[in-house]
Ligand binder design. Structure first.
Ligand code: HEM
Length: 458
């Protein structure tokens, strides 16, 4: 039973009493697809819609999600819109691979993300967390949205390449951010594209970015290869270079290594930065929870973390992160297309129709959650990995294509947040609510200044 004494209800766009008319729905989807939903979506398990001739369905029920993302996952591929936007960033890495090629890549990569290997990466997360608090040192307020973006990029670049060089990291971060906020933003053409290369005239800037981005990642990978022929660095690049296909014995070619590295940077950086931002924001709204977390961290300070098992000393911190991803799932919507006609929850779904699974909606669904809009971390008490239960909780997706980096992300986020909370009490002076806005991830409507009150002397 949840303790329901005046829980915090964090900001979210209003839910409409009725479905939006087509033009408002289209414009709303482009502006902020968290603000388009009606009561209907939060009450029912399956919704069908046709917008200017494009048919879509929203699957909003755990059984339906299990069917399309696990049992019959082979029948569902990413729609043309996804590679149009992401190919320039991730190339032919695992995120966009399909069918047999996806199976091969996933088989090769999975061993690099086992808990044993994430253990090897912990020193990188600790170094990135220390860099973050080093940057915050002496400041009484900070834009933590920006600080977490820098810190999460730092963590992923250190974990991939043992890259401590700040200038180089900034260059990579700048490239990624300029893409995500510029040519990589979804456009109206993406929604109506029949293939990856339709409306080619709209793809010029994305292709130009791809050239610059790939040559930057290639340069890092080849510098590391040259510098480290005989030295083990204990990072993901070491693991990727050492990978051998258990079925064929083949290793990854140079461009494959590059595309997988680019994929991990893209998939692992902004998502984790958003998680850290929203968790910190929620803790400013719930100071009592923040105080309890600080006590938990004081009892086992981050400098004592040596293995993943040590993170078990922070169960409350983990629950806060899980609850943050329920309320503000970094990836708010997943989209697929069936390659053959299918039936989901007794409803026919034709080939080529866009099928949406929206963690944003499912995580706030009134049938599946008690007090769905409230921040109540204790709802996850005793559940170490609730995203694997096949229920209504999908921050990392579901089925065979579930996020390969979930353990990586949670370990990193636990270490970062513990390191910040150990030193600072976080608050926000402004009463202006920070609203969630859907882009590739859920970003804040504005970047609030967090007040940092020192809790530990340097
Ligand atoms: C809080 C942080 C993260 C969240 C919320 C998150 C979420 C997700 C989700 C929802 C998917 C499934 C997308 C779909 O089915 O369409 C996914 C896939 C993926 N994620 Fe993550 N992710 C996070 C961090 C990471 C990290 C740190 C890495 C790697 C270092 C990573 C690598 C990937 C990859 C490679 C895939 C594609 C897997 C495949 O298609 O087989 N993610 N992630």
């Amino acid at each position: 039973m949840l303790d329901t004494l005046s829980p915090v209800i964090p900001p979210a766009p209003a839910v409409h009493a009725k479905d939006l008319p087509p033009v408002k729905l289209l414009l709303g989807s482009i502006r902020n697809n968290l603000a388009i939903w009606s009561d209907n979506a939060f009450d029912t398990g399956f919704n069908r819609n046709t917008l200017f001739g494009v048919e879509s369905v929203l699957v909003n029920d755990p059984a339906g999600v299990r069917h399309m993302m696990a049992t019959n996952a082979a029948n569902y591929v990413r729609p043309a819109m996804t590679p149009r936007i992401l190919r320039p960033m991730v190339g032919h890495g695992v995120f966009l691979a399909e069918g047999g090629e996806w199976r091969r890549q996933r088989r090769l990569l999975s061993p690099s993300f086992t808990p044993n290997h994430v253990n090897i990466l912990l020193p990188h997360f600790i170094a990135a967390a220390n860099d973050l608090v080093g940057e915050l040192e002496g400041q009484s307020s900070a834009d933590l949205s920006d600080a977490y973006q820098i810190a999460a990029l730092n963590a992923v670049l250190r974990a991939l390449f043992s890259m401590p060089d700040r200038a180089e990291r900034d260059r990579i971060g700048d490239l990624v951010r300029r893409y995500v906020t510029g040519p990589g933003r979804p456009q109206i053409f993406d929604a109506f594209a029949k293939s990856e290369n339709s409306f080619a005239f709209a793809l010029g800037k994305r292709r130009a970015f791809q050239k610059r981005w790939f040559s930057a990642v290639d340069a890092i990978v080849s510098a590391r290869r040259d510098a480290t022929r005989d030295t083990a660095h204990h990072d993901l690049l070491d693991l990727l270079i050492a990978v051998r296909d258990p079925e064929t014995g083949a290793s990854l070619a140079a461009d494959e290594v590059r595309d997988q590295c680019a994929t991990m940077i893209f998939a692992g950086y902004e998502t984790t930065a958003r998680l850290l931002f929203w968790a910190s924001y929620l803790l400013t709204l719930d100071q009592a929870e923040q105080t309890r977390l600080r006590a938990e961290v004081a009892a086992f300070p981050p400098e004592r973390v040596a293995t993943l098992d040590d993170l078990g000393h922070w169960p409350r911190l983990r629950r806060v992160l899980l609850e943050t991803m329920r309320l503000y799932p970094p990836v708010p919507v997943l989209v697929r297309e069936p390659i053959e006609d299918d039936v989901i929850m007794g409803e026919p779904v034709r080939r080529g129709v866009q099928v949406y699974v929206a963690p944003w909606v499912l995580h706030r669904h009134r049938k599946h959650w008690q007090h769905p809009t409230a921040f109540m971390p204790d709802r996850f008490a005793g559940q170490a990995s609730p995203w694997t239960s096949g229920g209504a909780y999908l921050p990392f997706g579901a089925g065979p294509r579930i996020c390969i980096g979930a353990g990586f992300a949670l370990a990193e986020a636990q270490i970062m947040l513990a390191t910040v909370l150990q030193r600072y009490t976080l608050a926000i002076g402004s009463q202006r609510p920070v609203m969630p806005v859907a882009r590739l991830t859920i970003q804040p409507s504005y970047a609030p200044m967090f007040k940092l009150e020192r809790t530990l002397s340097p």
